[in-house]
Design a binder for this molecule. Structure first.
Ligand code: FNR
Length: 374
């Protein structure tokens, strides 16, 4: 089934009948340590579990006899028309999954009219990704310890035609994955973030005085703060979205500060273990920012009906993290394109059966909560 040389899959692997099958079969396509790194999360993985459980606790409330002949999945986001509401989340170091890494992902995205969000920590340079991507491409920005390094990334993203910056705020310190550690995973030395290759070596962490904390006085001493946001917004004309927001108060302040939209996200359960499921955080954030403010959601989306549920609770669009890596590992660009096609058809079928021919027809009354088992 997966007979073509790596990077040149001509057929999608056998046994993939729905988007989530890419996850179910992922261990076929990834070595065990890499699989553990991708699938795993921080701490006891409570947030990973919550992300998927929260979707399972939601059901869909159908309406009948609605005319769906003019149905479609189009939407307008940041002033651009997108064919569908499924974006590819930023995922670091895709060379772990496939030799063509983000280039293949970008090709799969371009073939399916999908907006790709390229990670600061990608294996390929943002310029190389832009060459393969379609017109809809955003750049995910990690604020660097030195402002001049951040600025260089911003200028390069602008020059390479990225349409928005997505600044990730929920990972100022890296939380280890016990699953990955136990599986013996470590990032190979050969794997370097291509976008940072031109940066001089990172400044050393402030040397901890006796009794000082490695986390607070070390790592967090270089972490971004509120003061960096107006600075960033003043440096670029690109819309800036903030990713990793779960609290409605943060959402309000970010909106007021001039951020163009938010990604409600807990980093797929890879940052703070114990953080709320992103779909559970969504309704209060939508309420806090009002109706007409761009909101995306990621974390736990595994099927088209999950996309439907996210839209019902207030998202304009969603982003896909792990499934994208699994599809890339399975069949390169073709796998990514196939994954998006599956998700889109699952969403369309769900909309048709629910009596919601357009995304605008999906609302709070389109879903219900299953009674919890006693
Ligand atoms: C990520 N994510 C991530 N986010 C980000 O802002 N910058 C990054 O470089 C990465 N890197 C990354 C690597 C890997 C292996 C994974 C699995 C995730 C988080 C990602 O953008 C997204 O928020 C989650 O993956 C969404 O959850 P699901 O779809 O994986 O459940």
């Amino acid at each position: 089934a997966h007979a073509a040389a790596p990077g040149q899959a001509l057929r999608v692997p056998e046994g993939i009948h729905c988007a989530q099958d890419y996850e179910a079969l992922a261990s076929r396509f990834l070595d065990a340590p890499v699989h553990a790194y991708v699938a795993g999360g921080s701490g006891r993985e409570r947030t990973i579990e919550a992300n998927s459980r929260a979707f399972d606790e939601l059901g869909i409330q159908p309406r009948v006899l609605r005319d769906a002949r003019a149905g479609h999945t189009r939407l307008t986001l940041l002033g651009r028309e997108l064919a569908h509401p499924v974006l590819l989340a930023p995922v670091a170091f895709q060379a772990l999954a496939h030799p063509q890494a983000e280039r293949a992902t970008a090709q799969g995205a371009a073939a399916t009219d999908t907006c790709i969000v390229a990670s600061t920590l990608s294996s390929c340079s943002l310029e190389a990704i832009a060459t393969e991507a379609g017109p809809e491409r955003w750049f995910q920005l990690y604020l660097q310890p030195r402002r001049e390094d951040t600025l260089e990334l911003v200028r390069r993203a602008e020059a390479a035609g990225y349409g928005a910056l997505v600044v990730t705020l929920d990972a100022p310190a890296q939380a280890p994955s016990l699953r990955a550690l136990r599986a013996g995973f470590r990032l190979p030395d050969s794997l370097q973030p291509a976008n940072l290759a031109t940066h001089p070596p990172a400044p050393p962490l402030p040397t901890a005085a006796r009794g000082a904390s490695r986390i607070f006085q070390g790592i967090m001493a270089q972490a971004p703060g509120w003061r960096d946001l107006p600075w960033l917004l003043g440096q670029t004309r690109l819309p800036v979205l903030a990713k990793g927001v779960l609290h409605p108060c943060d959402a309000k302040v970010l909106k007021r500060a001039g951020v163009a939209g938010l990604v409600v996200s807990n980093h797929g359960g890879r940052a703070l273990d114990g953080a709320q499921a992103s779909i559970d955080a969504l309704p209060a954030i939508r309420q806090a920012v009002g109706d007409d403010y761009p909101l995306l959601l990621d974390g736990g989306i595994r099927a088209g009906d999950d996309v439907f549920k996210a839209i019902a609770l207030g998202a304009d669009a969603v982003m896909i993290g792990r499934l994208q890596v699994y599809a890339l590992a399975a069949a390169g660009a073709l796998g990514v394109a196939h994954l998006i096609k599956l998700l889109r058809e699952e969403l369309e079928l769900c909309m048709a059966l629910a009596g919601c021919p357009t995304l605008a027809d999906i609302g709070e009354t389109s879903i219900h909560r299953w009674p919890r088992p006693a």
